[in-house]
Every structure is written in structure tokens, then in C-alpha cells.
Design a binder for this molecule. Structure first.
Ligand SMILES: [Zn+2]
Ligand SMILES: [Zn+2]
Length: 354
């Protein structure tokens, strides 16, 4: 007897089914994972004692996604067969998955506050990519050699088997913070953390921080009603404050928090946001490592949200947070949501390549 768990999916991207498969391998779980045209199917042996525990563990590693729909399960005497869609190795451009995020906030991990943490099934990979085939030699990570631990990991951690961009604080991209007088280079995990902590505090005290992110330079600051905010995006650092400040239907809430992290125009709710932005704002939940780590320190500095502008490397600011590696960028994706309809209106990220 077989137990089949099925998820609806409206995408030909396979990062979700790939992640499920890798997670199963890491846990030595016997399961067939197949992505067909509109579903991800998980076929288990019904009598497997670790089945329930595995499904619970899946909840903590599988991200929310714009493309995931309803889930169901059923039993079958015969092992069902499904037609698998083709799976190709493409450079993704989505947010870090829950497992990678966990590493970034785990002080014992070699990727504590390391903004370039990602795996085969998540993260901003496309900015590093220059040409096919998608191998390290064809990305800007070719300038860095993986340390011994990372090399070993790319053979043993099923989430990162042959992951082209594998790196950690030891062997990866160094970041630095520059103000009018000083330059601080982050060399160890304490420094990486400190750099984001200082940035968060500076923003809370009214300073502007220009940061190179995986989606281009962003100028981050705390908005005030004296400022002209028409060209800014509202960055909601604190997920717990979303419903306090914004009028969100559940589809909008889910879209904002999804691993694809689109930009979304949302109606404002709190008096403070109405005063700053009027009736609506263009909203983003942290979508890549640099912004995500900054958001954590924004919360620690006592703020729930800030704003950012997309800008150039030479934009005037009080602090600059920078790193030396060439990146290429895709336009952000804005979506419009109306009840059950999800409509992509503009942008390249998430949508291309496919
Ligand atoms: Zn990941
Ligand atoms: Zn390493």
C-alpha cells in the first residue's frame, strides 16, 4: 500500500521538488518525488514508520511559494506513475530557503551572518552567472576557491551537491563598511554580524546606508513625513508587524512572504504609514542575504520597517557597505493580486530563465 502526498504547483521551475528530494536524501527517507505538469507527487510506502516525522520536518524546510497551491493525500494499492517534467540546472534568483536562513542566524554555523548563503534550491544565483553551462567556472565565483569544508560539503550535503556557488565566511566574499573616515573589513563571523549591527543602528539614528546587494545598490534609511518617498520601496523588516501596518488579504500576505519575494502594491493601514505613503505603498519583505541580515538588525535597533531606493554605486550616503565581485541584475518582479488570480505585471526575476 502506498501513501501519496500531492501539492498543486503552477510553475515549470523545479526548485521546490528538488528541495524536497534533497531533504529526503539528507534524512535517508524512502520516497519518490516527481514533479509533473501541475503537481509535485510524493510517493511513500504507507507502512514506513518515519513517514509522519518526515512530513512534519518537511513543513520546516519547504518555503512558501507563489506557485504552490493546495495539498492533498490518498492511498493506493498499486504504485502510481507520473510523467516527470524535465529538470534543468538553472541559476535561480529567489530568497534563501528556510534551511539556509537558519544557517545564517545560527552562531555555531560557518555561515553566521554570511549574506551569500544559498543552496541548489534557493538564493540569488543569477547575479553571479555569466554563461551556460551553469558551472562555477562560468560565474563570478570562479575568483574564489571553496575551502576544504565547503568542498567536502558539496559531496555530502544533499542540498548542496555540486552547488556551483558554494562558499562560507572562510572561503567566500568579504564585505566592508566605509564611512567618511574609516574602512572596516569583515574577516570573521563576529565582524560580519557587527557590520550589519552598525548599519542597523545607523539607520535607526537617521543615517543613510548605501549597500551593495545581490539585486544592485540600495540606499536604506528611516522614512520621515518630511521626505519625498514616491520613489522608495517600503521594506517590512518585521513579519509580525505586517498586519498592523498594512491591509492585506491572505493571498497578498502569502505572496509577500513567498520565497519568490515579489514587490507588491498594498493598501496602508496604520496612521503612521498613511502619513508617510498615503493610501498605498510598494512593499517588499527582505529578498536576499544583505537585505535580510540588515532587516534583522533593523528589528534589533527597534524599528519594524524602513525604506530603500534602487540606486547607483556613487549615491551619496553616510555609510557604504560594499564587496568586490561583479554581478549582473534582473529587474524586480511586481505582481498584482486579485482574489485567486495571480498576475505578473512586470520584471524578470523569478520569471526568467525558465
Ligand atoms: Zn537553501
Ligand atoms: Zn568555505
Amino acid at each position: 500500500m502506498y501513501f501519496i502526498f500531492e501539492l498543486d504547483i503552477e510553475s515549470s521551475h523545479t526548485y521546490l521538488s528538488g528541495l524536497i528530494q534533497a531533504h529526503a536524501k539528507n534524512r535517508e527517507m524512502q520516497v519518490d518525488v516527481v514533479q509533473s505538469a501541475h503537481h509535485i507527487h510524493l510517493v511513500f510506502n504507507k507502512d514506513d514508520e518515519s513517514l509522519e516525522e518526515f512530513l512534519v520536518s518537511l513543513e520546516s524546510v519547504l518555503p512558501a511559494s507563489l506557485f504552490l497551491g493546495k495539498a492533498r493525500h490518498y492511498f493506493s494499492d498499486k504504485k502510481p506513475t507520473f510523467t516527470r517534467i524535465s529538470q534543468s540546472k538553472l541559476p535561480l534568483n529567489i530568497a534563501p530557503c528556510p534551511s539556509c536562513q537558519k544557517e545564517m542566524f545560527d552562531v555555531s554555523s560557518k555561515r553566521y551572518y554570511y549574506p551569500f548563503t544559498a543552496c541548489n534550491h534557493c538564493g540569488s544565483q543569477h547575479p553571479f552567472f555569466s554563461k551556460y553551462p551553469y558551472t562555477r567556472a562560468n560565474t563570478s565565483m570562479k575568483f574564489f576557491s571553496p575551502c576544504q569544508e565547503c568542498s567536502q560539503e558539496s559531496k555530502t550535503n544533499f542540498m548542496r551537491i555540486d552547488y556551483p556557488l558554494i562558499s562560507c565566511i572562510e572561503c567566500g566574499i568579504g564585505i566592508r563598511m566605509v564611512d567618511k573616515e574609516n574602512e572596516h573589513m569583515a574577516l570573521n563571523k563576529g565582524d560580519y554580524r557587527k557590520l550589519f549591527e552598525v548599519s542597523g543602528r545607523a539607520i535607526a539614528s537617521g543615517k543613510k546606508v548605501l549597500m551593495k546587494t545581490l539585486h544592485g545598490y540600495r540606499l536604506f534609511y528611516k522614512p520621515t513625513s518630511q521626505m519625498h518617498l514616491a520613489n522608495t520601496k517600503l521594506l517590512m523588516a518585521d513579519a509580525n508587524s505586517l498586519n498592523e501596518h498594512l491591509m492585506l488579504v491572505s493571498q497578498e500576505f502569502n505572496a509577500l512572504m513567498s520565497i519568490e519575494r515579489p514587490l507588491l502594491r498594498v493598501a496602508t493601514r496604520s496612521d503612521e504609514l498613511k502619513e508617510l505613503f498615503g493610501s498605498s505603498a510598494l512593499v517588499k519583505y527582505p529578498d536576499e542575504g544583505m537585505t535580510m541580515l540588515l532587516a534583522r538588525e533593523i528589528i534589533n535597533a527597534g524599528l519594524q520597517y524602513i525604506v530603500y531606493e534602487e540606486c547607483e554605486a556613487d549615491t551619496e550616503a553616510d555609510y557604504l557597505v560594499d564587496f568586490d565581485i561583479p554581478l549582473n541584475h534582473q529587474k524586480d518582479t511586481k505582481i498584482f493580486i486579485n482574489q485567486d488570480t495571480k498576475l505578473f505585471v512586470s520584471g524578470e526575476r523569478i520569471v526568467y530563465p525558465k
